[in-house]
Design a protein around this ligand. Structure first.
Ligand code: HEC
Ligand code: HEC
Length: 274
């Protein structure tokens, strides 16, 4: 049984009113929404994992995700030809040029008006500036270069803001987050906001933040994306698994990014999970 270890009582009685409070537009720009988990209680997923996993994640020499990061670094430096410069040819040293970048994703690409995450941004550069094919979203290359770019922001707080441009996406993502799904008929909020620190199948339920992604997961025996993790949650409640890179997962990612954007939640990519 999926729910043997989970206390459901507070879930169904809990008022979710706060989550639905309408946003206030400040200075005609930033939109503020109420948090369900009070700011002072926000905690990175890292604080919920076992001591063993924490020591793996904390040491770059032991963290298995670094096998992919090293691959990402190679890709960053590799020029395909004279007309197809390397990432480094344009952006220079990633530790400088990419510092802070992953804290702001997903965001709206000004050229297309689309909501894009870091993976999609990297594929845009491949298409626009390297004149080469998109990387498959769950490929080792894509995961490696995403982790390499994200790791340049380690220690910086997540910084996804909601404004007039991304507001519609945010509202859709938020609405999905509070919608009951699947045969088990639970919403994301029931586990990650109403039952965090509870146990589920031997795992401690975290607040579902995104600051450690991509992560090396022991169950996968490899690095995996945030979208893959969310699909695992959808599968857990026997719900339709939105495809990797789909509009729904991007909208959810924006909502999750906003939820993680608080001074205490800093980028720690790449993480390690069970
Ligand atoms: C039945 C409970 C349950 C539901 C419902 C659920 N999750 Fe999860 N989720 C988990 C568990 C268990 C984990 C693994 C432990 C952890 O990190 O929280 C997890 C992990 C995550 C993580 C990774 C956190 C980290 O630090 O590695 C994210 C992000 C996440 N879930 C998002 C979602 C979203 C979005 C939804 C709704 C579409 C959702 N979850 C629905 C149980 C659930
Ligand atoms: C020919 C130059 C060029 C190459 C090659 C290139 N980029 Fe870019 N990149 C840009 C420009 C210019 C931008 C600013 C956005 C735009 O105009 O599309 C950008 C933006 C970005 C951003 C977003 C930065 C931000 O602040 O939001 C990331 C991440 C990125 N590039 C990663 C990469 C990666 C990874 C590669 C290699 C796979 C790469 N780029 C290759 C020129 C390049």
């Amino acid at each position: 049984m999926l729910f043997t270890a989970l206390t459901l009582a507070p879930v169904f009685g809990a008022p979710m009113g706060a989550a639905y409070q309408e946003g206030i537009i400040n200075n005609g720009q930033a939109v503020e929404f109420a948090r369900v988990i009070p700011s002072e209680q926000l905690r990175s997923g890292f604080t919920f994992i076992s001591d063993d996993l924490r020591s793996l994640q904390s040491n770059d020499d032991l963290n298995p995700a670094f096998l992919w990061v090293i691959q990402g670094e190679t890709l960053w430096k590799r020029a395909l030809s004279k007309d197809n410069p390397s990432c480094e040819n344009c952006h220079g040293e990633s530790n400088k040029s990419m510092r802070g970048v992953s804290t702001k994703y997903p965001q709206i690409d000004p050229k297309s008006g689309d909501l894009i995450n870091l993976e999609a941004r990297i594929n845009l550069c491949r298409a626009r500036y390297q004149h080469t094919s998109a990387l498959n979203l769950e490929s080792d290359e894509m995961l490696g270069i995403t982790a390499y770019v994200a790791s340049a922001s380690r220690g910086l707080p997540m910084n996804v803001r909601i404004d007039a441009q991304n507001r519609e996406h945010f509202l859709k993502g938020r609405s999905l987050y509070y919608t009951r799904m699947g045969q088990i008929n639970l919403a994301c909020t029931h586990c990650h906001e109403e039952n965090w620190s509870g146990k589920l199948q031997g795992e401690t339920i975290s607040q579902g933040h995104i600051n450690d992604y991509p992560v090396y997961r022991l169950e996968w025996q490899k690095l995996g994306s945030l979208h893959r993790r969310i699909r695992a949650c959808l599968s857990g409640v026997r719900a339709y698994m939105f495809p990797l890179g789909s509009k729904e997962l991007l909208d959810l990612e924006l909502f999750l990014g906003w939820r993680s954007s608080d001074s205490k939640i800093v980028v720690e990519s790449p993480g390690v999970r069970r």
